[in-house]
Design a protein around this ligand. Structure first.
Ligand SMILES: [Zn+2]
Length: 620
């Protein structure tokens, strides 16, 4: 139940941490900061709410043993739980936003920790709920739903819990599984500690010949360097350093996978993939179709890799050569005001209401725009019913910043519409659908910019088209390759094979050859890529980036072409929040993810873009 809607943007690195003296937060104009005062006017008001909630939540325990008594008793509890939970969530949002503004400030870190403790306390106070609900016969629960209007908004979550009953164990067994969760989470913690705290970044010579120690931010920057020597040094040095600790990281990853396999088997699922997808009732065919359809239609990717090799004038094409732009002169900067206007123009096609709501939200202080000293890197959208859907950005004045804004705005408008149309219990939409709401706006922006660039100079056209293909490469192609790797290592573990660094490295290198084709040299260091990706500890998360990408472009294309009903179907999807299973929601929005068609269409779009880029480059 205690899920926060945080969506962290993936492909575009935003931590341009090159600036030596970052701007201090107080130097930035208030109009570019989010309006957290709308949550709590002062920190004292927050403290008061924490004290009040600590006292008020204690009453939840009094409802233990009452749920089966009557439909009103059940409704009393659920309504109370959600009212309190929403307040607990809002308390946490304030603390985490303030803490992210400047992560060096101990006060907000402490508030964030205390909000987290309240959430843990809340979970303890309601730990009896699941087993008690599970003990009520399904027929009786359904009768309750029928006879009591107050339970209407709970129908989906109750039906969902009934669906999952066959994988629920006895109370004692459930207790044992719950007790094992800290220990089973240890491998991910160990890998995280190694990657974030103990990892020794190597040094390389930069473009000017200065010896520079890599950091996460510098690695992102150097791998896009125009100089092949610099980006390859950065890539080989960094991946090589992961190789040095690959025994530890392999053991940690193997431990995490074993943990998921154990939990799936303990509950009677067919596999860890089945267990993971079952939570959202996603058929396994969705996962398998993705891998199959991308693999069957991979030719444009191979062509693009070869094209890049030629365009960049390389004798050998390495993986890291996928990162720099191939445009000779990338277009100039895009200030925030201009980027904001571009996003608003792009969503015009969604109708006046969407545009006006977004415009009003941006004026009201949804977005924390610029980087400042100590600010959390990256970008996300974060909010709940009863709050603004806040957006954290580190806006750099460039086109990638505009796409990131479009992406996060898509999440925030989803949250806004969900809040307006759903009760709190159904506001927590699934990631599968969330990424459609966000990437869909990126797609609309892409279509518009693509049309507008027709009259632009050749360089700008190449830049925009290449940026788009790179985006697909990072989202559709790389994430599908990750998905194939992930299910592969889970299946190895399920067959009783050991996940050694060598076995995983060999498997990974083979996939790189399959996905990127014969023009690419697979350097030995590439075999260690799995070691730097935290997502492999997330239990089948990455595939959704690829499926959602394909789905969102399919939907956006219908909207862009003016297909009747397409806009309303998309807006309805946003209004539905988490009130149904994602695959059903997407079907109503116009894409059937149980078939390979949306994936094939996305690969076709990639093929068209590569063909256009080939033509543009030939025309020189
Ligand atoms: Zn997102």
């Amino acid at each position: 139940m205690l899920l926060l809607s945080v969506f962290v943007w993936r492909a575009v690195p935003l931590a341009y941490e090159a600036k030596m003296a970052a701007t201090e937060r107080h130097e930035i104009d208030d109009e570019f900061k989010w309006n957290t005062a709308a949550l709590f006017a002062t920190d004292e008001a927050w403290e008061k709410e924490l004290t009040a909630l600590t006292a008020e939540t204690a009453v939840l325990k009094d409802h233990e043993g009452t749920l089966a008594k009557s439909s009103d008793a059940l409704a009393d509890y659920l309504e109370l739980r959600d009212k309190l939970l929403q307040r607990v969530e809002i308390l946490g949002i304030y603390a985490s936003l303030r803490s992210d503004e400047d992560t060096r400030v101990a006060k907000y870190k402490d508030m964030d920790t205390r909000a987290g403790k309240l959430r843990t306390k809340f979970a303890e106070l309601t730990a009896w709920e699941d087993p008690e609900l599970a003990a009520i016969p399904a027929d009786k629960l359904r009768a309750f739903l029928k006879q009591n209007e107050r339970l209407a908004s709970y129908e989906f979550s109750i039906e969902n819990s009934i669906r999952l009953r066959k994988y629920t164990l006895s109370p004692r067994e459930e207790e044992l599984l719950a007790m094992s969760s800290t220990a089973l989470g240890a491998p991910a913690d160990i890998a995280g500690m190694l990657r974030n705290a103990d990892f020794k970044w190597p040094s390389i010579e930069d473009e000017d010949g200065n010896l520079v120690q890599l950091t996460s931010g510098r690695f992102e920057k150097f791998r896009r360097s125009k100089e092949a020597r610099v980006r390859r040094d950065a890539y080989n040095a960094a991946l090589g350093a992961y190789g040095e600790v690959s025994n530890t990281l392999a053991a940690a990853l193997a431990g995490a996978v074993e943990g998921y396999v154990f939990r799936a088997r303990a509950r009677g699922y067919e596999s860890s993939l089945h267990a993971s997808l079952a939570r959202n009732n996603i058929p396994e065919s969705v996962y398998r179709n993705l891998i199959q359809a991308v693999g069957d239609n991979i030719a444009p990717v191979h062509r693009y890799v070869a094209l890049r090799k030629k365009a960049l004038g390389l004798h050998q094409m390495h993986y890291v050569d996928l990162y720099p732009s191939i445009a000779a002169n990338p277009p100039g900067g895009t200030p925030y005001a201009e980027g904001r206007k571009m996003v608003l123009d792009a969503v015009e096609v969604l109708g006046e209401e969407y545009v006006n709501d977004l415009n009003a939200g941006l004026d009201a202080g949804w977005v924390d725009v610029y980087e400042n000293a100590g600010k959390r890197s990256g970008a996300y959208s974060h909010g709940t019913k009863g709050t603004m859907p806040y957006i954290l950005m580190n806006y750099g004045d460039n086109i990638n910043g505009v796409f990131t804004l479009a992406h996060e705005v898509g999440h925030s408008m989803h949250s806004l519409r969900t809040s307006e149309h759903q009760e709190y219990v159904n506001c927590d939409y699934s990631t599968f659908v969330a990424e459609v709401a966000s990437t869909g706006i990126e797609a609309l922006l892409q279509f518009r910019l693509d049309r507008e660039s027709e009259g632009a100079g050749r360089d700008e056209q190449i830049y925009l088209l290449d940026r788009f293909i790179q985006d697909m490469m990072g989202t559709m192609i790389r994430q599908t390759m990750f998905a194939e790797f992930e299910v592969g290592i889970h299946e190895m573990a399920e067959r009783g094979e050991t996940l050694t660094p060598e076995a995983m490295g060999e498997f990974y290198s083979g996939l790189v050859s399959k996905y990127y084709g014969p023009a690419m040299i697979v350097a030995p260091e590439t075999a260690y890529t799995w070691a730097r990706i935290p997502h492999f500890f997330y239990n089948f998360y990455v595939f959704q980036y690829a499926t959602s990408y394909a789905a969102s472009f399919a939907i956006a294309e219908k909207i862009d072409k003016g297909e009747p009903g397409a806009v309303d179907a998309f807006l309805d999807l946003l209004n539905e929040g988490g009130s149904d299973y994602p695959i059903e929601q997407m079907k109503r929005a116009g894409v059937d993810m149980t078939t390979p068609a949306p994936i094939e269409a996305a690969m076709q779009m990639m093929g068209d873009a590569v063909a256009r880029l080939e033509k543009l480059l030939e025309a020189s």
